[in-house]
Design a protein. Structure first.
Length: 239
């Protein structure tokens, strides 16, 4: 273990709160699958992790970040991803961005829960694929047998939504409407809702085609911000 990795782990250990370390697993493991089996928790809050990441991201290299990501502790991995995002956002060197994305994709086995996915893939993969015309990366992930890879693909299209580009989002959501896990239904519905925030007409057009095929969770998230009468019509199947 390198000295910088050990220093970061010690910094996080100092910030740990035993009560939270016991609380987090009970809170998140409620049968919904947000965290992978065997995850360990230090009990360090996200603001504290961001603070550590801000201090160390410029001092640590990708090989050393690999050690943090491979740790069994959730806070080590999330802090590593915060630092990776910072490295990606701060560099203007395309070769460095390519290297960071390759690193991210190589370490997908360690990105196995909601927080880890949502804190990194939109800012790294979403931005990278949009700016470099590499949508195929998200399509390939969406075809994976691993649920977290599918979720990364869907969440990664959020950058497209923010830019007013919806076709890839529609494609990936449609591809996973029949997924068996409720976390995918939430991700799909949440992303459709954000699409509606940018362009309600696009959302309504999509819903009119597919809403009867949507799991209830997906539909409820997708229509959350629509007019109440319209929401009720979708919920009652009256469209």
């Amino acid at each position: 273990m390198s000295s910088i990795v050990k220093e970061i782990q010690e910094a996080l250990a100092v910030l740990s709160i035993p009560e939270k370390a016991e609380f987090f697993p009970r809170f998140f493991k409620t049968g919904k699958g947000e965290y992978g089996e065997g995850d360990l928790f230090l009990g360090v809050t996200v603001p504290d992790q961001r603070s550590v990441a801000k201090e160390y991201y410029s001092k640590i290299n990708l090989k050393e970040l690999s050690g943090l990501l491979a740790s069994g502790y959730h806070e080590h991995r999330l802090t590593a991803l915060f630092m990776l995002v910072s490295k990606f956002e701060k560099t203007k060197d395309q070769a460095v961005k390519d290297e960071i994305v390759a690193f991210y994709l190589h370490h997908l086995p360690y990105i196995n829960n909601w927080d880890l996915v949502d804190s990194s893939c939109y800012k790294i993969l979403g931005r990278y694929t949009f700016e470099n015309g590499k949508e195929y990366l998200l399509r390939e992930l969406s075809e994976s047998e691993v649920m977290w890879h599918k979720r990364i693909a869907v969440v990664g299209t959020m950058h497209y939504v923010k830019k007013g580009s919806f076709e890839l989002t529609k494609e990936l959501v449609t591809r996973n409407l029949k997924h068996t896990h409720d976390l995918m239904h939430k991700a799909n519905g949440w992303l459709l809702r954000e699409m509606g925030n940018k362009n309600e007409g696009q959302l309504i057009s999509y819903l009119n085609l597919y809403y009867k095929e949507m799991p209830r969770t997906c539909l409820r998230y997708a229509i959350e911000k629509l007019d109440e009468d319209l929401r009720q019509n979708y919920l009652k199947g009256l469209i």
